[in-house]
Design a protein around this ligand. Structure first.
Ligand code: AR6
Length: 172
């Protein structure tokens, strides 16, 4: 982040946020799934999936690699773009934290390319992908702090109180 970047925290539903860009905790297929991915596609409507399919057909025939990020329209969400990133599956036997940091760095890089000034992130990898939320919060916040970006607000939107507390520990 830079001197003009603020990190804010909200407990709630990321699909209800008014921001320039919403980050999606996607999978490599870019074709949807459960969790926050399912919620974004449900509320955002079919335009998002249509652009994801086009990305698979053009740039990402083998899928979006873990740790990378790519943008589509935000469809019916109150946002301009969805930035899809693929978090690593947690593995207690292998340190994949650099890939989780990369998700945040790359999402902010894409946000800068788009000119997004407010970006909402979910707690990437902490659901289906099994990452312990305290550790994920530490990595996510450190990665944002270490990334030079023109984004003015990085808003972590945490679904439950447990995740909110984990992020609050890191930010305050
Ligand atoms: N708003 C904010 N956070 C949410 C919402 C929401 N509407 N819904 C869930 N969360 P997950 P992952 C939280 O499983 O672990 C998908 O099937 C949730 O409580 O969505 O990165 C993809 O297609 C958790 O804290 O993402 C992939 O296959 C966090 O979002 C896979 O899951 C992330 O949980 C990705 O797994």
């Amino acid at each position: 982040m830079t001197a003009t970047t603020r990190i804010t925290l909200v407990q709630g539903d990321i699909t209800r946020q008014s921001v320039d860009a919403v980050v999606n905790a996607a999978n490599s297929s870019l074709l949807g799934g459960g969790g926050v991915d399912g919620a974004i596609h449900r509320r955002g409507g079919p335009e998002i999936l249509a652009e994801c399919r086009a990305l698979r057909a053009s740039r990402y025939g083998r899928g979006l690699p873990t740790g990378q990020a790519v943008a589509t329209t935000a469809g019916d969400l109150d946002a301009r773009w969805v930035i899809h990133t693929v978090g690593p599956v947690f593995d207690p036997h292998e340190d994949r934290s650099e890939l989780l940091a990369s998700c945040h760095r790359e999402s902010l890089r894409v946000a800068d390319e788009l000119g997004a000034r407010t970006v909402a992130f979910p707690a990437v990898s902490t659901g289906v992908y099994g990452w312990p939320v305290d550790d994920a919060a530490r990595i996510a916040v450190a990665s944002v702090r270490a990334t030079a970006t023109a984004v003015e607000e990085v808003r972590f939107v945490l679904f439950d109180a447990r995740a909110f507390r984990a992020f609050a520990e890191q930010v305050h």
